[in-house]
Ligand binder design. Structure first.
Ligand code: ZN
Ligand code: ZN
Length: 177
């Protein structure tokens, strides 16, 4: 099945990642039923009744009309204003236990791939190594407990996998309930 969704540089397959679902629901912004509806985060002070189609995310109309953001900008400090706007106002967010955040590589926001377990993460050794390093820096000093945690990703805790939009390297952070 080919899906003709708008192109999201920082979230290339929001259907695969579970942020966009096939649905007959009407978009809260354009009032059209496009066949697709966005189900993940949107931060706004306004009362929005309903959810958005991917097109109103891509062109920024949903973020503009409801004065909201799909993604938090705090992890994107230091990037260009253009990238910041692209990620916060034109890019679908994703479901996570903790506050989702965007990873950065090569001075650009990375592309969100999806929530993965150990096997999928281990398919990208550079991402596994980087996550192990980050967790160690974050205070996981017991190596065997850390390896056990990594080995059990996908059960309770999981990894949020990204791919650098510049060099293609994979990177991840751990998310837990
Ligand atoms: Zn719409
Ligand atoms: Zn890179």
């Amino acid at each position: 099945m080919t899906i003709d969704l708008p192109h999201f540089r920082y979230h290339p397959d929001p259907v695969a990642s579970g942020s966009v679902h096939g649905s007959t629901e009407t978009c809260a912004c354009c009032k059209r039923s496009t066949g697709w509806i966005y189900t993940a985060t949107f931060y706004t002070a306004q009362n929005v009744s309903g959810r958005f189609c991917p097109w109103c995310i891509a062109d920024g109309s949903a973020a503009e009309r409801f004065e909201g953001e799909f993604n938090d900008a705090y992890a994107l400090a230091g990037l260009s204003e253009e990238t910041l706007v692209q990620v916060t106002r034109h890019t679908p967010g994703f479901h996570a236990w903790q506050d989702p955040h965007w990873l950065v590589h090569c001075n650009d926001a990375a592309a969100f791939i999806g929530e993965v377990g150990y096997t999928e993460l281990a398919a990208h050794p550079e991402a596994l190594d980087q996550l192990r390093f980050d967790l160690r820096m974050g205070g996981w000093h017991d190596a065997s407990r850390l390896e056990s945690f990594l080995n059990h990703l996908g059960q309770g805790a999981s990894a949020m996998l990204f791919r650098c939009t510049v060099c293609g390297a994979h990177l991840a952070y751990a998310d837990a309930s």
